[in-house]
Write a protein that binds this ligand. Structure first.
Ligand code: GDP
Ligand code: MG
Length: 234
């Protein structure tokens, strides 16, 4: 897989994992075609013309040391969610092994957004005891004319996120999230909004095509992992 450095500050401040920086396993999940591999390729520096310290060690897995807020972090990025060759176990595996998750949808594909909501719930269920950092990623933000998921629409979807809402919803969880159903009263909406904050699922829109917000995405996930690490240490 790929191994290289990616610094937001000067390049001489990059420290490798061997010298003791933290190492996080970040997993890309989401519908086929939303741009997971494109984001992974940018992370791996496939498009960089002048970068040469890129080592190919295997498929679907990339490693890179980032400098975030003056502290280095090694991110191992897994892009194997769509790898059907290996069979269904790979998805269960993905759900279990991540220290953090990027749930990707395409802003041009409403169904992929609904799937993302479902995955967010599945993940919470699979890792109930843990407070897993998740960033919801609306990719393909360059395709403004084909937008099917508005940023405002996303805010609405964050409303019904409490486990009780999910349990109360008879349909697929995504429906409960995306189209608030009868079980959620107006009062609950206010609570739900507060709960979305508690759930601490971050959100960013990216474009792998024009490389917008991609670096911010990977730095963001490092910050999310650190926030939890730091609060555990207290
Ligand atoms: P994956 O199946 O989730 O890994 O998605 P891919 O990375 O293979 O991307 C699927 C298709 O969407 C490819 O044709 C990409 O070129 C295209 N794509 C990915 N990201 C973007 C983006 O940000 N903008 C646009 N316009 N196309 C994108
Ligand atoms: Mg892919």
């Amino acid at each position: 897989y790929y191994r290289r450095s990616w610094s937001s500050e000067s390049s001489d401040s990059v420290i490798s994992s061997e010298s003791g920086s933290s190492c996080y396993r970040v997993v890309l999940i989401g519908e086929h075609g939303v741009g997971k591999s494109s984001l992974a390729n940018i992370f791996a520096g496939v498009h960089d013309s002048i970068d040469s310290d890129c080592e190919v060690l295997g498929e679907d897995t990339y490693e890179r040391t980032l400098m975030v807020d003056g502290e280095s972090a090694t991110v191992i990025l897994l892009d194997m969610w769509d790898n059907k060759r290996e069979g269904e176990w790979i998805r269960d595996h993905c759900m279990q092994v991540g220290d953090a998750y990027l749930i990707v949808y395409s802003i041009t594909d409403r169904a992929s957004f609904e799937k993302a909501s479902e995955l967010r719930i599945q993940l919470r269920r699979a890792r109930q005891k843990e407070d897993i950092p998740i960033i919801l990623v609306g990719n393909k933000s360059d395709l403004v004319r084909c937008r099917e998921v508005s940023v405002a629409g996303l805010r609405n979807s964050l409303v019904a996120l409490t486990p009780s809402h999910v349990a109360a919803c008879p349909g697929p969880p995504s429906l409960c999230l995306v189209t608030p159903c009868n079980h959620v009263s107006t009062l609950d909406f206010a609570e739900g909004r507060a709960c979305a904050v508690v759930f601490d699922c971050k959100f960013i829109e990216t474009s792998a095509a024009v490389q917008h917000n991609v670096k911010e995405l990977f730095e963001g996930i490092v910050r999310q992992v650190r926030l939890r690490r730091d609060s555990k240490e207290k």
